[in-house]
Design a protein around this ligand. Structure first.
Ligand SMILES: Nc1nc2c(c(=O)[nH]1)N[C@H]1C(S)=C(S)[C@@H](COP(=O)(O)O)O[C@H]1N2
Ligand SMILES: [Mo]
Length: 321
C-alpha cells in the first residue's frame, strides 16, 4: 500500500485509498480552502444527526492523516458505563441525559466553582483539532475533535502552589449508566494527569467531533482528550475536576495495577500488558472494519514527541509507564 508521512513521520495510506467520497472532498477543501469559513468547513465535515458546533480549524496541531469515518468513530467505542462490547455504547448511551449538566472544579484552587455546561461552551474559542487516538487494546483512529485546551479552564480557577495533579471524574448514576451495576471497574470512572500534562496546550477539553456536539457514546457533553496517551486516560462525561497534591489512583490502576500505569504514554517499546504495543490497527481502513488492514507502527508518544517529550525528561519511562 502507498504510504506517506505527516510532520510527525507517522506512516499511513493515502486518503484516496480509504476515504468515502464525501469525506475526501471535505478533506480536500480543508487542505486547499484557506478561504473557507469555519462554519462552511464544519458543514462539509458534518456527517451525523446532532447539533452543529462551530469551531476554527487548528491546523498547527492537526494531523494530515485522513479522519476515521464518522460511523466508526461513533459506533466502535469504549464506554464501560454502557457495556463492555464495542457496539454497546452506541446502542445504550441514549439513557444519558446531558442537560442540565455542570462541572465542579475544586480542590487546590483559589476560585473553586461549579460551571454550567453553557458557560463552559463559551469559556474559550472552540477549535477543531484532528488528533490520532490510540487505544491500549491495539487499535487507533483519527478524530476531528472540537474543543479547547484544558489549560483555559484550569487558569480560570487559579491553581494554588499545592496543586500537583488533576483528577477528573465521570458521572456516577447507575440509573442513567446501567454498566455501573457491573463491578468491572470502581465507579465513578476516575482518571488523572500531572499538572504540567494537564496544562499542556495539546490536552483538549472536547465538546464535539466532526463539526457537531459529542454523541453520548463518545462522552457527551464533555470529555478529556490527551493525544499522546492511551485512550483510557480520556475520561468521558466529566462532572468533576479536582486539583490535588498527591498522584490520583485511577480506576484502571485500581483494577489492574501492573497493566495500567498512571502515565500511560503511548510507547511502542513498553508493553506492561501481556500483549505488544509495537503496532496498531487503524479502524475503518480496508475491509471488515480494518480487521485485515496492514498494521501501522506505533510511535513513541503517539507521534507527538516533539511537543511533549520534554515533560518526561529524566524519567525512566519503563518504570513510570
Ligand atoms: N467514563 C469512561 N471514559 C472512558 C472509557 C470508559 O469506559 N468510561 N473508556 C476509555 C477508553 S479505554 C478509550 S480507548 C476511550 C474511547 O473513546 P471513544 O469511544 O470516543 O473512541 O475512552 C476512554 N474513556
Ligand atoms: Mo482504550
Amino acid at each position: 500500500m502507498t504510504q506517506r508521512h505527516d510532520r510527525a513521520g507517522f506512516e499511513h495510506p493515502v486518503p484516496s485509498e480509504i476515504t468515502p467520497r464525501k469525506l475526501h472532498l471535505g478533506r480536500r477543501a480543508f487542505v486547499l480552502g484557506l478561504g473557507l469559513s469555519a462554519a462552511a468547513r464544519a458543514a462539509e465535515l458534518r456527517a451525523g444527526p446532532l447539533a452543529p458546533l462551530p469551531a476554527q480549524p487548528d491546523p498547527g496541531v492537526s494531523t494530515t492523516e485522513t479522519p476515521t469515518p464518522y460511523a466508526d468513530v461513533t459506533g466502535y467505542n469504549n464506554f464501560y458505563e454502557f457495556g463492555t462490547s464495542k457496539s454497546d455504547p452506541a446502542r445504550n448511551a441514549g439513557s444519558l441525559h446531558t442537560r442540565p449538566w455542570s462541572v465542579l472544579v475544586d480542590g487546590e484552587v483559589r476560585r473553586p466553582r461549579r460551571f454550567a455546561i453553557e458557560d463552559l461552551l463559551k469559556l474559550a474559542p472552540m477549535q477543531e483539532r484532528i488528533y490520532r487516538h490510540r487505544c491500549v487494546e491495539g487499535w487507533s483512529m483519527v478524530i476531528p475533535w472540537l474543543g479547547y485546551s484544558l489549560s483555559a479552564l484550569l487558569r480560570a480557577v487559579e491553581p494554588t502552589g499545592n496543586a500537583k495533579y488533576v483528577e477528573y471524574h465521570t458521572l456516577l448514576d447507575p440509573a442513567q449508566m446501567p454498566g455501573q451495576n457491573d463491578p468491572v471497574l470502581a465507579w465513578p470512572y476516575v482518571e488523572g494527569l500531572r499538572l504540567d500534562e494537564a496544562m499542556h496546550p495539546l490536552t483538549l477539553l472536547a465538546f464535539g467531533l466532526y463539526g457537531e456536539v459529542l454523541p453520548n457514546q463518545n462522552g457527551a457533553p464533555l470529555r478529556m482528550v490527551i493525544p499522546w496517551k492511551y485512550g483510557f486516560k480520556g475520561g468521558k462525561s466529566i462532572v468533576r475536576i479536582r486539583l490535588v497534591e498527591r498522584q490520583p489512583v485511577t480506576s484502571w490502576m485500581r483494577a489492574v495495577p501492573n497493566w495500567y500505569g498512571f502515565y500511560s504514554n503511548v510507547n511502542p517499546a513498553v508493553s506492561p500488558q501481556n500483549w505488544s504495543q509495537a503496532t496498531e490497527r487503524r479502524i475503518g481502513q480496508g475491509r471488515f472494519g480494518g480487521l485485515f488492514a496492514p498494521r501501522l507502527k506505533t510511535q513513541l508518544f503517539n507521534g507527538y514527541g516533539e511537543q511533549v517529550a520534554a515533560l518526561y525528561r529524566g524519567m525512566d519511562l519503563t518504570r513510570d509507564f
